[in-house]
Design a protein around this ligand. Structure first.
Ligand code: PEP
Ligand code: MG
Length: 352
């Protein structure tokens, strides 16, 4: 018996265990069916709208996101276009996919520039990637100064997609403001060159992922230079606890609802609000009803989740009592563990 939402596996389950797992499956399917009613609806908490966008990794995911009528794409993991092949995708090939993605939605399509390195190597990279600690190495945006041509091709492909819709360009794994400013200057130069030749194009909004604690801690300064933030709770948790996200022996250090990670999210939210910058959450925690409730309570503008979770999360958000969320967030930030946070949020979700 396997519960995909908890990762629990029971070998040769006895009848009582089977019945328990079957009841969980039935409840899950019933909730999913009920969530269909939210397809294409805009939801919110109180009078504040919270967009629920989709995370996609390729063209098949894109179709799923259209099927569930997601509020745009909150994270296009473009590295999947780069992996499992002998050479990088060309500008033309990428422009074609990004244009299709942008055209499929009347809301923003957030295209993350390639996050290669860490657990996602690519054979054609010229930069050395045989590192002892690849998750702490030359990963994501740290590769771009060494792979200028690959980065420039991708930026041009994203700028070209402004012709069909509203693509936003997002930089992954940034960790200092200097790095962000240097990359923004490169993006601006490439965009200006292309727009000078093709005046129908625009510079897309440019934002950063908040997935390294150093960025959350100086979010005020960063917010002056970017158009948006997206919090990647998967890596933010990994780097906050110094616990490799792929190491099962460290499961107890991988709960993104720990108050330490929530505190970094609230710093980011507060800085974004002061500077009028939008902020979303695109890590797995956004698809967890408890996480969705807390992020909505913090005032996050958008959650981005796998297509299958878009409407279930809309159902969760629309059932929340806005009057209870502010106090809930405060209590969770003061909690001593992720388990305590989950118990506190559980009380609020049960009464929905
Ligand atoms: C994250 O780190 O939370 C994130 C969304 O990016 P990825 O999972 O692709 O590293
Ligand atoms: Mg990440």
């Amino acid at each position: 018996a396997l519960d995909g939402s908890t990762g629990e596996v029971v070998i040769d389950p006895d009848p009582a265990t089977r019945a328990d797992f079957e009841a969980r499956r039935d409840a899950h399917l019933a909730a999913r069916e009920a969530a269909r009613a939210f397809r294409g609806k805009r939801v919110g908490v109180g009078d504040r709208e919270v967009a629920v966008a989709a995370n996609v990794g390729g063209t098949a995911d894109l179709e799923r996101a259209v099927d569930v009528a997601a509020d745009g794409i909150g994270l296009f993991r473009t590295e999947f276009l780069f992996l499992d092949r002998d050479e990088a995708p060309t500008e033309e090939e990428q422009a074609d996919i990004y244009r299709r993605a942008a055209a499929a939605f009347d809301q923003p399509v957030v295209i993350r520039t390639f996050d290669i390195g860490g657990d996602k190597p690519a054979p054609y990279l010229t930069a050395p990637t045989d590192e002892e600690n690849p998750f702490l190495g030359v990963r994501g945006a740290r590769l771009y100064p060494r792979e200028r041509d690959l980065f420039a091709d991708q930026v041009r492909a994203i700028v070209r997609a402004t012709e069909t819709g509203d693509p936003w360009l997002m930089l992954p794994m940034v960790s200092t403001l200097d790095e962000i400013r240097e990359l923004m200057a490169v993006v601006d130069e490439i965009a200006a060159d292309l727009i000078a030749r093709e005046p129908g194009l625009r510079r897309p909004p440019v934002g950063v992922m908040v997935e390294v604690p150093s960025i959350a801690l100086v979010a005020d300064a960063v917010a002056e230079h970017v158009d948006f933030f997206s919090i990647g709770t998967n890596d933010l948790t990994q780097y906050t606890f110094a616990a490799d996200r792929t190491n099962g022996a460290l499961d107890h250090l991988q709960d993104p609802l720990h108050p330490a990670v929530l505190a970094l999210c609230t710093f980011t939210r507060a800085a974004a609000r002061r500077r009028g910058v939008s902020v979303s959450v695109c890590g797995l925690a956004a698809a967890d009803p408890a996480g969705a409730a807390l992020f909505a309570g913090m005032g996050i503008d958008k959650l981005s989740v796998a297509a299958a979770s878009v409407n279930p999360i809309k159902a969760t958000l629309s059932g929340l009592d806005p009057d209870r969320l502010g106090e809930l967030v405060e209590r969770c930030l003061a909690a001593s563990s992720a388990a305590e946070v989950r118990a506190l949020v559980g009380e609020v979700l049960e009464s929905v």
